[in-house]
Design a binder for this molecule. Sequence first.
Ligand code: FES
Length: 264
Amino acid sequence: MAKSVSTVKRRGLGNTARVDAWWLQPTAVFLGLTAFIVYSTWAAFQNAHYEWGPYLSPMYSPPLFGEHGWFGAAPGWWPAWLPFSPAFIILPFPAGFRFTCYYYRGAYYKSFWADPPACAVGEPRHMYRSEQKFPMILQNLHRYFLYFAIIILGFLWWDAIQAFIWTDTEGGKHFGMGVGTLVLLANATLLSSYTFGCHSLRHLIAGRRDNVSKGKLSFACYNCVSNLNKAHMKWAWFSLVCVGFTDFYVRMVSMGVWTDLRFF
Ligand code: FES
C-alpha cells in the first residue's frame, strides 16, 4: 500500500498561493478600527459638547460624572495631574467588550499584527502561543464585559426614550421628535443587534447544554441569538460606526455647527 506523506511548508511573511486581493479586508479593518480609536479618544478627551436638549452622546452614558452627572463633576479619587472626562469612566467597558469580542479578535489579529495577515498567508512568527497564556488569556474576560455591555445598553435605550421628551422654555415636558431622536434610536438598535448576537451570550443562554432545545423559552432565545450571531460581523461594524456618528451628531448640534431638524 502506498504511504501518504504530507509536509507542512513554512511560509515567510505575506507568502501565499492565493491570487485574490486577500490584503483588502485586513487593510480596511486596520483603517476602520484606527479611525474609530482616534476619533473616540479625541471625543473622550473633549469633556464638552456631549449633550444637547434631550440628546446624550453614547460615549458619555450613563452620566455618572460631569456637569449634570449623578455623582458630581468628577470623582474625588481622580488624580489632580490627570485631565478628567466622564467618558474615561464609561468607555473602558464597551472598549473591553469589543476588544475581547470573538469577531474583532480574528479581525485585528490579522490586520494589526499579521497573525496571520489572512487565511493561508505567511505570518512573521513561527510559534503559536494561543490564548492560554498571559496576556492573551485575558481575552477570556469577554463574558464579564458582556454583563457590563448589557447594563450600558439599558442606559442607551433609556437615553433613546428620553430623546422623545423635550423641555420648553417654561420647563414643561413635551413629547417630540427630532433627527437626533432617530439617531439615538438607531444607535440603541444596532448596539442591541451586536450585543445580543454575542457568542458568549449564545453559550450562556443554552449553548452550554448538551440538549439546547431543553426548555422552550431558552431555546427560543437561543434561536434569536443564533440568528443575530450569523451576521455578527455586520452588526459589529454597523454599531461601531453608529456609536461614532451619534457622538459626532450630538457634538455638531451642541456646537451649533448643525441644526437638529425637529419633526414635531
Ligand atoms: Fe462579539 Fe461577544 S463575541 S460581542
